[in-house]
Every structure is written in structure tokens, then in C-alpha cells.
Design a protein. Structure first.
Length: 344
């Protein structure tokens, strides 16, 4: 089991085209959606300007001063409110001592290209780690960075909550992941601009249940309950049309795994760990929906006012009128509805 920080290894991300997914030895395949696009290999697809603006590079403050953002980057993160960045706990906790990195030692960079001449930098005023984080088991691998100054001109991403549609993390669901990780599992070759990839979420039976699964003709070994904790982890991987395994790895740690599109896009996972890069075992991600209480307590998950009006369906009954409300999946939390009826 290895963390996916740049300091030790690191691996890039790529777009993928998965032919299908089969759980166990004999099961029905789940066909990959057409939206997955043109297949790529491990060096991935360059991001375009404006892609995933909430993606954040975590930088070593001292390395940044001496060598710039490209050399200082060690993990990723996601802006979830104007004042908070969510990342993996192992990015900011010393494995040997358990000490949390002082906030003044970390900077956050908002950029696509780490070698750009004017990388936007922000300071960190506080770092809070999940109280149940276990560095040996890598459970509850999540931390929240509070920014020294609010970021008001970048749209944050909403973390997935337990009340969100479970289809976001269902077996076969499409997810997008991004980071500045290595472009090869065997070479220290890093991109200037972050890479974007599309993966498939795997069933719990293969992420804590030990079942094998097949993607694009390649059989993967699942993680058993002694390695992966289903309640706090997600597994994901992919295979290109050329049967190249797609995986996140060191340097991508803490970076976002997102599901859904548009207003329904959610932060569903954080790059956490894996046995190695791009082998026949999936990458493992922190299950964000299971961390809602912690995120609320650290102000990294807040209630959102509705921005899209609900739709109303009316059914005429014999002596009454039934009113059904359907709310938009815009990140808001609705506790009650009120309807006024008037007799024309």
C-alpha cells in the first residue's frame, strides 16, 4: 500500500475508453458511455483552459520560494468553498510522527500550468485532519485547509453528501480525475499542465470484498476487507482501447475524483493510495460522501440556496388535487415546500 504523493513516486492521468466491466468471473458487462471520448494512453490528455477551475496544487512554501511551483507541487486538492480546500490527510501528516504540517509551510496554487510565469498563489491559515485518520490503514484519508484569504472569483465544487443520488458512485459510473502526476509509472516525468482522465467506479465487491473484475479484457484483482474499507473508500481504474491500464498515482494524491456534470457535478473522491501505478489493481480514493460530518464541522461543506425552481406536477383526484414537487439537482438542500392554491 503506497501513498500517491509526488515526494516519493507520482503518476499521471489519462482519458480512457473502457470496453466494458464485469464483476466476478461471469457477469453481465456494463458498457462504457459514448461520452468517454477518444482513447488515450498513460500520458493522458492535456487539460484545456477553464477545465476544472476548482483543482488546486498544494505547494511546499520553501520549495516554491527557491524553485517555483513546478518543483514545489506535492499534492492536489479541491476548492469546496471560497475559504476551504479539501485534500488527502496523508498529504499533510507526517507518516512517522503523526504531526500535522504547519499551515505556513503550505501554499495553494490556482493554475493549469505549474510553469506559467505568474502562478496564482494563496496562503493557508489552518489545517484540520479527520480525527479518525489512520496512516497505516489509510482510512478517513481527508483533511481541510482553511485559506488565509477567500477566493471569490473561482467556482468551487460541492462535495458529495449522503443525500445525493447514489448513482454517482454506483458500479460502472463514469468519474473524472485530474492531477499533475507522473506521466509514466516507471519514469519521473511530470507534466507542466494537469492531465484529465475519465475512469469507472468499481463495485464494492471489488473494493473491500476481494472479487475480481474485468475491464476491456483485462482482469483486475480486487481488494479484500483487510486492505480496503468500503465505508470510507472507493476504487476506480480504466483501460484504453489499446489495453493500457489507466490509474492515478504519486503526485496526484489529494486531487479530486468528480462525478456528474454541470450543476450536478460533485466531488466524490480524493486520490488516496494504491499498491503501485497502473497494475492490475485499482486506484483507491477517499469516499467523500462518508466524510460529510467532518466537512460540515470544518466549514468545507455548507448548505446551498436553490438556484433552480422546482417543477410541479398536478394530479386531479375526485375531491382533491395532488401536488408533486421535483427539485433540481443544483446542490441545494430542500427541507420543505409551500404551495398556494386559489379558486379562479
Amino acid at each position: 500500500m503506497g501513498s500517491r504523493m509526488r515526494q516519493s513516486l507520482k503518476c499521471g492521468l489519462a482519458s480512457l475508453l473502457a470496453i466494458g466491466l464485469v464483476t466476478g468471473t461471469v457477469s453481465a458487462a456494463i458498457a462504457a458511455p459514448h461520452e468517454m471520448g477518444t482513447p488515450r494512453i498513460v500520458n493522458g490528455e492535456d487539460s484545456a483552459p477553464g477545465d476544472l477551475p476548482f483543482l488546486v496544487a498544494l505547494l511546499d512554501a520553501y520549495d516554491f520560494e527557491d524553485n517555483g511551483a513546478f518543483e514545489a507541487q506535492f499534492c492536489g486538492g479541491a476548492l469546496t468553498t471560497p475559504t476551504t480546500v479539501v485534500t488527502a490527510a496523508h498529504c499533510v501528516v507526517d507518516d512517522e510522527t503523526g504531526a500535522v504540517t504547519p499551515p505556513e509551510d503550505v501554499l495553494v496554487g490556482f493554475t493549469r500550468n505549474l510553469n506559467a510565469p505568474n502562478v496564482r498563489i494563496g496562503g493557508v491559515s489552518a489545517i484540520q485532519v479527520h480525527p479518525s485518520y489512520d496512516s497505516e490503514e489509510v482510512t478517513f484519508d481527508i483533511a481541510v485547509l482553511t485559506l488565509a484569504e477567500p477566493v471569490l472569483d473561482i467556482a468551487p465544487i460541492l462535495p458529495m453528501r449522503p443525500t445525493d443520488t447514489p448513482s454517482l458512485t454506483a458500479a460502472g459510473a463514469l468519474a473524472k480525475v485530474a492531477g499533475w502526476g507522473k506521466l509514466s509509472a516507471t519514469k519521473d516525468n511530470y507534466p507542466d499542465s494537469f492531465k484529465v482522465g475519465r475512469l469507472l467506479i468499481f463495485p464494492n465487491e471489488s473494493c473491500g470484498g476481494g472479487s475480481k473484475f474485468i475491464i476491456g479484457g483485462i482482469t483486475f484483482d480486487g481488494f479484500g476487507k483487510d486492505a480496503a474499507a468500503t465505508e470510507s473508500m472507493l476504487c476506480a481504474a480504466g483501460v484504453t482501447a489499446n489495453q493500457k491500464i489507466i490509474d492515478s498515482c504519486q503526485g496526484d494524491s489529494g486531487g479530486p475524483l468528480v462525478g456528474g456534470d454541470g450543476a450536478a457535478m460533485r466531488l466524490i473522491g480524493l486520490v488516496s493510495w494504491g499498491e503501485d501505478c497502473a497494475i492490475t489493481k485499482p486506484g483507491v480514493y477517499t469516499r467523500v460522501a462518508a466524510m460529510a460530518d467532518f466537512l460540515i464541522s470544518t466549514n468545507a461543506l455548507v448548505s446551498v440556496a436553490p438556484i433552480v425552481a422546482p417543477t410541479i406536477d398536478l394530479t386531479v383526484l375526485n375531491t382533491a388535487l395532488r401536488v408533486n414537487f421535483k427539485f433540481a439537482d443544483d446542490g441545494s438542500v430542500i427541507s420543505s415546500y409551500t404551495a398556494n392554491a386559489t379558486d379562479p
